[in-house]
Design a binder for this molecule. Structure first.
Ligand SMILES: [Fe+2]
Length: 397
């Protein structure tokens, strides 16, 4: 009887739950950089602003893409005056250049920073004002120019996501701007581009993708559409990230990591994230540290915190990371998942604590205050207080 009532309750709960899944057109495969011109044309662009950065330019990928733009008479305007964790002032400068050049579309060939700048310029082009006016969800309501994103890391997931993260230089934190308009029109991944990433960048961005997979999988907003992608991404990263770091030219590992970054991105843009990102945004905004590195340090501690009340959400994560979960309690499986994540960080030589990357514990109170206002705190499986954020930071110190 009790079981019938429980089943009826579960069925009513799932009837009341609505799933939505927003994604761009996805082009994926070795050699697909040749399709970039066609992709820009197809979404209506003839004069895109091409956002890239010094590292990608030096590696020659922009040069490789240009003939494919010229072939279809696309006239690009290059802009690359940005730094990692892109700043509000850089975005305003990029937008001025976009206006002066008479551009009509955005094309990013770069990592998450380049893609976020392209999205931010698109928002300003359609909506005017200052970029931080749009912090929050669905604040930009007017149509924006078409966007084609070519990620060069695996990865931020920004090429498929409905989010754009901007460093607010006056408050010293990262502001998240979200909304369906920010889903790019085309995400084009050519895994060969990843072969020129350094081992350190591979490790940091790969662990960021792992944090997307794990946080979205246990998120309050996770559903069947996101969960499969999240778990597949976690499984692939656990297997292939060490190989990609060890041998940057291993195209099979790069292809696997590119697919994992894409799937983790598809999962988190729909299921959202949790406390790891809510806290790392505060530290990254204040100290300009690599996003993936901070997530890698914080993630095991947030997992432990969440598993105290929601261990069952980590059983599938543990299995995806290669743990034999049969016969284990949910708590033991969650502990094993945390150990796998820590072991991966150690194997990739990632700093173990916030102390090693120069974070001052005197700042924890400030991080705790602002983390609770981050867009991703609401979907963390366990409610988070300021005191909890301080405890997590101390544990991660
Ligand atoms: Fe991230």
């Amino acid at each position: 009887m009790a079981e019938t009532a429980a089943r009826a309750h579960e069925s009513a709960r799932s009837r009341g739950r609505v799933s939505k899944f927003l994604i761009p057109e996805v082009i994926f495969g070795v050699g697909t950089l040749a399709e970039v011109g066609g992709a820009v044309r197809r979404v209506g662009g003839v004069r895109p602003m091409l956002v890239s950065d010094a590292g990608v330019l030096a590696a020659g990928w922009v040069e490789r893409a240009l003939p494919h733009l010229a072939d279809v008479r696309v006239e690009w305007r290059l802009w690359h005056d940005l730094t990692p964790n892109p700043k509000d002032v850089e975005i305003e400068a990029a937008f001025e250049s976009y206006l002066e050049s008479g551009c009509d579309a955005l094309l990013a060939i770069g990592g998450g920073s380049c893609i976020d700048v392209a999205k931010a310029v698109a928002i300003l082009s359609g909506n005017g004002g200052r970029i931080l006016d749009y912090e929050g969800i669905d604040r930009a309501t007017s149509p924006i120019p078409p966007m084609v994103m070519v990620p060069t890391t695996a990865g931020s997931g920004a090429d498929v996501s409905q989010f754009c993260v901007v460093t607010d230089t006056s408050r010293g934190l990262k502001a998240t701007i979200g909304g369906r308009a920010l889903v790019p029109d085309v995400s084009l991944t050519d895994p060969e581009i990843l072969t020129t990433m350094s081992p350190e960048l591979t490790a940091h961005t790969g662990l960021d993708a792992l944090s997307h997979a794990i946080e979205s999988c246990v998120s309050e907003a996770c559903d069947f559409l996101s969960k499969g992608h999240a778990l597949a991404a976690a499984r692939t990263i656990a297997e292939h990230l060490p190989v990609a770091v060890e041998d940057p030219s291993d195209l099979r590992a790069r292809e696997a990591m590119a697919s994992a970054s894409l799937q983790a991105g598809l999962a988190f843009t729909n299921a959202l994230l949790g406390a790891t990102h809510a806290i790392s945004h505060q530290i990254g905004g204040a100290l300009d540290l690599p996003h993936g590195l901070l997530n890698a340090i914080l993630m095991p501690h947030v997992m432990r915190f969440n598993a105290e009340t929601h261990p069952e959400r980590y059983v599938d994560v543990a299995r995806a990371l290669g743990v034999e979960v049969d016969g284990l309690s949910a708590g033991a499986a969650a502990d094993a998942a945390v150990e796998r994540v820590e072991a991966l960080g150690r194997a990739l030589d990632v700093p173990r604590g916030l102390r090693e990357v120069g974070v001052d514990p005197a700042d924890f109170d400030g991080f705790a205050r602002t983390a609770l206002r981050d867009a991703y705190i609401a979907t963390n499986p366990r409610p988070v207080t300021e005191d909890d954020v301080r405890r997590i930071c101390l544990a991660a110190y």
